[in-house]
Design a binder for this molecule. Structure first.
Ligand SMILES: Nc1nc2c(c(=O)[nH]1)N[C@@H](CN(C=O)c1ccc(C(=O)N[C@@H](CCC(=O)O)C(=O)O)cc1)CN2
Ligand code: GAR
Length: 297
């Protein structure tokens, strides 16, 4: 079977790092999470605010009433009591965002591990970095020469690595609906403009910054959004603004935006791995601040 032969590293099936089998080491199960159902009443003002009576904070557990979901937290809410998440990163190029995320998993800023790298360019800089770090590299999608995995086999492979979240970081192919359905509210992408402006088919890499400059926009910046079946149309989770200078070249703007991308993606993925994403009743995802659970960004 395709997946079996790939496990043993027959690279024509798209597994480029045979040293690492598909089947991960068993994670030691943590004590069962204490599920706390929350109820909250959002104010009608533009800002999200909690009325005092709905926020009861005890020394060990923040008890915020929130109707829109259940947050699994452990007593004291310490990071070490939240299960470490398994991440898959998808790249097509140099992978500076991938490298930045990897660094944050190594230094503990992100409570997660990058379990696998997926790419449509097995020789790209991101794939080379992954191989250097002993991270398995999977080719996707399937190419004309027969290499690479189909969507179905890719989902099977990601399940074998127990992947919790998929992070697109400069991946330039449209994710298929099968993958999106397999990972609901669990796939993020970073885009180098303030979506919904300058997004969609044809807007990637330097093309984005060229369009921003040509438009005369005075601000740009990265957007991190959930991925749906279309390019760049998923729910926006986070943005940062970056000035566009009058004499900026596309390369200068790209460098300024990329610097903010690295910081923003680390912060967002850290929140994701600490179960600090809250879905508002109207479907807008918010990031709960680590220091103050009743503040959101
Ligand atoms: N289902 C989804 N798949 C992907 C999304 C998404 O939001 N939903 N985001 C993209 C990333 N992206 C912008 O952030 C993006 C990437 C590529 C393109 C594009 O126009 N690609 C060209 C092909 C380019 C190439 O092969 O060199 C194309 O499709 O013609 C637009 C936006 C990742 N996937
Ligand atoms: N529309 C998708 C897109 O343009 N993504 C952009 O590709 C670059 C990848 O750089 P990296 O490989 O160094 O992380 C990043 O700027 C990312 O925002």
């Amino acid at each position: 079977m395709e997946i079996q032969s790939s496990i043993f590293g027959i690279s024509s099936f798209g597994i480029h790092n045979p040293k690492t089998p598909f089947f991960p080491s068993k994670a030691t199960p943590l004590s069962a999470p204490k599920q706390v159902l929350f109820k909250t009443h959002f104010s009608l003002s533009s800002n999200l605010s909690f009325t005092k009576q709905t926020l009861k904070v005890s020394a060990s557990v923040a008890k915020v009433e929130c109707e829109i979901g259940t947050i699994n937290i452990f007593e004291d809410g310490l990071k070490r009591k939240i299960r470490k998440k398994n991440l898959a990163v998808f790249v097509s190029g140099g992978g500076s965002n991938f490298k930045s995320l990897h660094e944050a998993t190594v230094n503990g800023f992100i409570h997660g591990d990058i379990s696998v790298l997926v790419t449509n360019k097995p020789d790209c800089g991101g794939a080379e970095f992954a191989r250097d770090k002993g991270i398995p590299v999977i080719s996707f999608p399937k190419l004309k020469d027969g290499s690479g995995l189909s969507s179905h086999v890719l989902v099977t492979a990601l399940r074998s690595y127990k992947v919790d979240f998929i992070l697109l970081a400069g991946f330039l192919k449209l994710l298929p609906a099968e993958l999106i359905k397999a990972y609901p509210r669990s796939i993020l992408n970073i885009h180098p403009s303030l979506l919904p402006a300058f997004g969609g088919k044809g807007y990637y890499g330097m093309k984005v910054h060229e369009a921003v400059i040509a438009s005369g926009a005075r601000y740009s910046g990265p957007t991190i959004h959930y991925v749906d079946e279309e390019y760049d149309r998923g729910r926006i989770l986070a943005q940062r603004i970056v000035p566009v200078l009058a004499n900026d070249t596309a390369e200068e703007l790209a460098g300024r935006v990329l610097h903010e991308e690295h910081k923003l993606y680390q912060e967002v993925v850290a929140a994701l791995c600490e179960d600090r994403i809250i879905w508002r009743e109207d479907g807008v995802p918010l990031i709960q601040c680590k220091e103050n659970p009743n503040l959101y960004m």
